[in-house]
Design a protein around this ligand. Sequence first.
Ligand code: KPL
Length: 311
Amino acid sequence: MTPATHWIVGPGALGRLIAFRLAGHVPVRLVGRRPLPGRQTLVTPEGDTRVQALAMARADALPPEIPAVVHLTTKAHGAEAAHAALAARLPDGVPLVLWQNGFACQPRLSERHRGPVLCATTTEGAHVQADDRVTHAGHGHTYLGTLDGTHADLATALARTLTAAGLPAEAVDDIRVRLWRKLAVNAAINPLVARFAIRNGQLRDRPFRPLVERLIAEVAVILAAEGVTPPGGGGQEGWRQLVWQVVEATASNRASMLQDVLAGRLTEHEAILAPLLAAAERHGLAAPCLADHLTAMRLRAAALAEPPAAC
Ligand code: KPL
């Protein structure tokens, strides 16, 4: 890959982690709606502290350069607006990498963007500590590919660049399945922990365990109808094993959706639950537990959007 600038649009925890790691290898520019300090600190999973100057730009004041790649690292619900704000500025052919959870913006932006669109799914863990400080909480793995399996060379080159920068990555030809698998895990865990304000490990106990099992059962039937193979190829048992494995591995964590709720932010319910319910409807399947969670999360989102009552 030529060493032209990688734009990273969405300087949250993941965006800043990617920018920080890539910066020693390729030119990077962080693009956001508001200015952030140019000197950024990264706390590594090993507990080391690294300080680095990162080039920044405001989304409404972009420099006149043509990026080699645009990484979109906003939350899922911000991705399409962030892309729309940039699209007119980009010549045809600039590759876009979508780092969002769920399966909502990926098919839409793959249609709309005038260049190759890679989707990424990652288990890298990061959280923001301050405007100038991000913690890389745990090493993970990233898979990259286009939804239609094209542009394998581009995916391989980008995976190499990320790997060399300390973010192990692999080009795959089944990213659609991998995105749905992550979505399945998120759908079985996140709405419950967000609504009941519990850590992931508490799902193992009553009264939550049967609620997780019901969600897994609904997800398994929907994804079987969608032709998304469970991990290990093992039907509903494959989904159960995957979800409970993740609950175990993240037992002491507060899931991203709970963190969003606690911080008063919009959650990613539309990107995670709505695609499952749309698939259920396409296949004539009932999914009452998923529907109940989506309704509850939509009510919360509507309340967030309401102006405070005058008093
Ligand atoms: O990805 C996650 C999240 O926090 O969003 C896990 C911990 C796997 C739960 O779905």
